[in-house]
Design a protein around this ligand. Structure first.
Ligand code: CMP
Length: 293
C-alpha cells in the first residue's frame, strides 16, 4: 500500500465510467479525489440517469461502484482485472440528490487486491455498497524488472525555472531540494538574468495571450535559476510537485501551493510535455552543459 499514483489526483470519472462516456447524455460530472487512502467522488443524478437507473435496476449505480473499486486498486499503482464483484443497492437514488462515492483498498497481497466502495447521501444514508476482488496484473516497470531489467526505462528531461518572486524571497534552495527528493537527477543548473529576446522565445506559445507582455516583463525583472532534471516520468513528477499553475488552486504541499503568490508570480515553471521539454532545454542549455553522473 506504499504509493498512490502521482497523476490521477483528480479524475473525471465521466470519461471512465461504463455507460457514462464523454458523449453520453447522462452528463454526470464526477471529480474523483484522494483523501489519505480513500478515494471520493460527488455526483448528482440527472433526469436521464434516474430513468436509466430505474430501467436497469440500479445498473448505473453498480457500474459506478465497480469503477470506484477499480480506482481504489489503481490508486495503489496496480493494473488489475476484476475477479469477483458484489454490489447491493440499498435505496434508489433520486434526481438532484448529492451522492458521495467512497472507495478504498481493504486487503492487498501480491496477486490479489480487495476493495470496497459505498455510495451514500451527504448525511450518510446508505444508497449502495460493493466489494470486489481483483487480480493484480504486473505494471510495466514490474514487468521490466521481472525480465531482469533488460529494457531500459525511457528517460525524460524537463526544464525548470525558478522565477523572480522565489529568487527574491530566498526560496531557490528549498525548491531545488524539493525537486531533488526522489528519483530525478539534477543534470543542468545555471543562474541567469533572462533578456527579452530569450523570454519571448521561451514563452512563444503564449504570444497571443493578453498576459504575454506582463509575463515577459516579469520573467526578465530579476535573475532566475534554470535547471534540467532527468529521470523516468520526470515531466509529470515535476508537474505534480509544482501543483496547479494558479497558486490559489494549487494544493498545500506543492511548490506553488506553498510559495506561489499569484498566477504570474507562481514561483516556478516546468515543461509540460516531452516535446516542449526538448525545445525548452535546448533554449537554455547546450548539450555540453548537461552532465551525466
Ligand atoms: P508557466 O508555467 O511559467 O507558463 C506560462 C505562465 O504564464 C504561467 O506559468 C503563469 O505564470 C502565466 N500565466 C498563465 N495564465 C495567466 C494569466 N491568466 N494571467 C497572468 N499570467 C498567467
Amino acid at each position: 500500500m506504499e504509493t498512490w499514483p502521482k497523476t490521477p489526483v483528480d479524475i473525471d470519472l465521466n470519461e471512465l465510467c461504463f455507460g457514462c462516456g464523454k458523449n453520453n447524455p447522462i452528463g454526470l460530472k464526477l471529480d474523483f479525489k484522494r483523501e489519505g487512502k480513500t478515494a471520493r467522488a460527488e455526483f448528482t443524478p440527472t433526469e436521464f440517469y434516474q430513468g436509466w437507473a430505474e430501467i436497469v435496476h440500479g445498473g448505473i449505480i453498480c457500474s459506478l461502484l465497480d469503477e470506484a473499486m477499480a480506482y481504489a486498486a489503481m490508486f495503489e499503482g496496480m493494473h488489475c482485472i476484476t475477479a469477483k464483484m458484489e454490489t447491493r443497492i440499498k435505496r434508489p437514488a433520486r434526481v438532484g440528490e448529492l451522492l458521495i462515492i467512497t472507495s478504498s483498498v481493504t486487503k492487498r497481497s501480491r496477486k490479489l487486491i480487495e476493495t470496497k466502495a459505498s455510495i451514500t447521501l451527504k448525511n450518510g444514508t446508505p444508497v449502495a455498497e460493493g466489494k470486489s476482488s481483483q487480480f493484480v496484473v504486473k505494471s510495466e516497470p514490474e514487468k521490466r524488472q521481472a525480465k531482469g531489467g533488460h529494457e531500459k526505462p525511457k528517460m525524460e528531461r524537463s526544464l525548470v525555472l525558478i522565477k523572480p518572486d522565489a529568487m527574491q524571497r530566498g526560496l531557490a534552495g528549498t525548491i531545488l531540494a524539493r525537486l531533488e527528493k526522489g528519483e530525478m537527477k539534477l543534470v543542468g543548473l545555471k543562474m541567469l538574468h533572462l533578456d527579452e529576446a530569450l523570454a519571448k522565445r521561451h514563452y512563444a506559445v503564449h504570444q497571443a495571450k493578453p498576459f504575454f507582455s506582463n509575463l515577459v516583463s516579469y520573467i526578465t525583472s530579476a535573475p532566475i535559476i534554470a535547471a534540467v532534471f532527468e529521470g523516468e516520468n520526470t515531466i509529470q513528477t515535476i508537474r505534480d510537485k509544482m501543483g496547479s499553475t494558479d497558486p490559489a488552486e494549487a494544493k498545500p504541499g506543492t511548490i506553488r501551493g506553498d510559495f506561489g503568490l499569484d498566477i504570474e508570480r507562481n514561483s516556478v515553471h516546468s515543461s509540460d510535455s516531452v516535446e516542449t521539454a526538448e525545445e525548452e532545454v535546448k533554449l537554455f542549455f547546450p548539450e555540453e552543459e548537461i552532465l551525466s553522473y
